[in-house]
Design a protein around this ligand. Structure first.
Ligand code: AHM
Ligand code: MG
Length: 329
């Protein structure tokens, strides 16, 4: 037996991976690696809090509302604070924009080294925490515009301008899916050594999949095209899977194929999910894995946002399944 056979472990860490990715870009100065490392630290910290939430008695409402008028849970506030602290001291971050905060936080100007902006949903699906299903953190990294003094306008950029995007799923294992625009890579947190280890590079999602994922209780208020798609899916023997946590539902869609939808409803006429914190980063990941992501009749990442907390309809998943939905719209 050779010596190398004695160590079976996969030993490419997230850190090693990002540094190697960055080395492929001439002139890169390592700033993005520092940002991803801060996101990784926040993910590990949040994963630990999520696992202990009931023991530490931090489930339930915080007693405040966020900018969308939604009840903030204690864990939303905790996750937001962890990310703000971990990312707040990284020298190359100009702006931090969180789904939980009304205004973006401007940390430094570009002439003070602020090269990037990070947008995030700290704990998506948090209303599911008390039933212990998967929840997640979603993030998006864009370049800071040196000529734009207004923080909100700086981060209101189309998804095509994202330089990195990803999510961390706090599920039966803690998983990070990441893209820096060169395919989608997947990492699993090895609790024993405290590192995210790479398990897949260039992950491609199935081309098709007879699974739809939508909150079907709202179906009667979906625009007609979505209703006709669902009727067709029923008649064609599709399976329905819906957790109600976007990160968990998108992750399954990535692995198993199919389509995830959040259409316009009576309650949310432009859809529920937020363009900058949810739809765009997921769209980048899905496209990098060979899938498609649309909002109405437009590619999600082509939308020019007009405000920070803008909501859009979402249809994303396997290429042929998204095309099938589009054919009904
Ligand atoms: P949140 O950011 O307030 O947690 O809301 C977003 C979540 C998504 O994770 C999920 O896809 C969706 O809301 C579920 O909404 P609904 O309960 O209406 O089906
Ligand atoms: Mg959310």
């Amino acid at each position: 037996m050779s010596h190398s056979d004695l160590v079976q472990d996969n030993l490419v860490s997230l850190q090693t991976h990002v540094l190697a990715e960055e080395a492929r870009h001439p002139g890169a100065e390592g700033d993005l690696s520092w940002i991803i490392s801060a996101i990784s630290l926040s993910g590990k910290t949040i994963a630990n809090k999520v696992r202990r939430a009931r023991l530490d008695d931090v489930l339930g409402a915080h007693g405040t509302e966020n900018v969308q008028g939604e009840q903030q849970l204690r864990m939303d506030v905790i996750a937001n604070e962890i990310i703000m602290r971990c990312l707040g001291d990284r020298a190359s971050i100009a702006v931090l924009a969180s789904e939980e905060d009304e205004e973006p936080r401007i940390l430094r100007k570009s002439n003070e080294g602020g090269k990037y902006c990070v947008l995030f949903d700290p704990l998506d699906g948090s209303s599911n925490l008390d039933s212990a299903v998967g929840v997640g953190t979603i993030f998006s990294v864009t370049r800071n515009d040196a000529n734009e003094p207004d923080g909100e306008r700086t981060v209101c950029r189309p998804g095509t301008e994202q330089v990195a995007a990803g999510y961390i799923l706090y599920g039966s294992s803690t998983i990070m899916c990441l893209t820096t625009g060169n395919g989608l890579d997947m990492f699993v947190l090895d609790q024993a050594i405290g590192s995210f280890l790479r398990v897949r590079t260039g992950l491609k999602m199935p081309e098709r999949g007879a699974i739809y994922s939508v909150n079907e209780a709202n179906a009667s208020s979906f625009p007609e095209g979505y209703q006709r798609y669902l009727a067709d899916a029923h008649a064609s023997g599709y399976a329905s899977r819906y957790i109600g946590s976007m990160v968990a539902d998108v992750h399954r869609t990535l692995i198993r194929g199919g389509v995830f939808l959040y259409p316009p409803t009576q309650k949310n006429p432009t859809g529920k999910l937020r363009l900058l914190y949810e739809a765009n980063p997921m769209a980048m990941l899905i496209e990098q894995a060979g899938g498609l992501a649309f909002s109405g009749d437009r590619r999600t990442m082509d939308i020019h946002p007009d405000r920070l907390h803008q909501r859009v309809p979402v249809v994303l998943g396997s290429r042929s399944e998204v095309e099938r939905v589009q054919s009904f719209l």
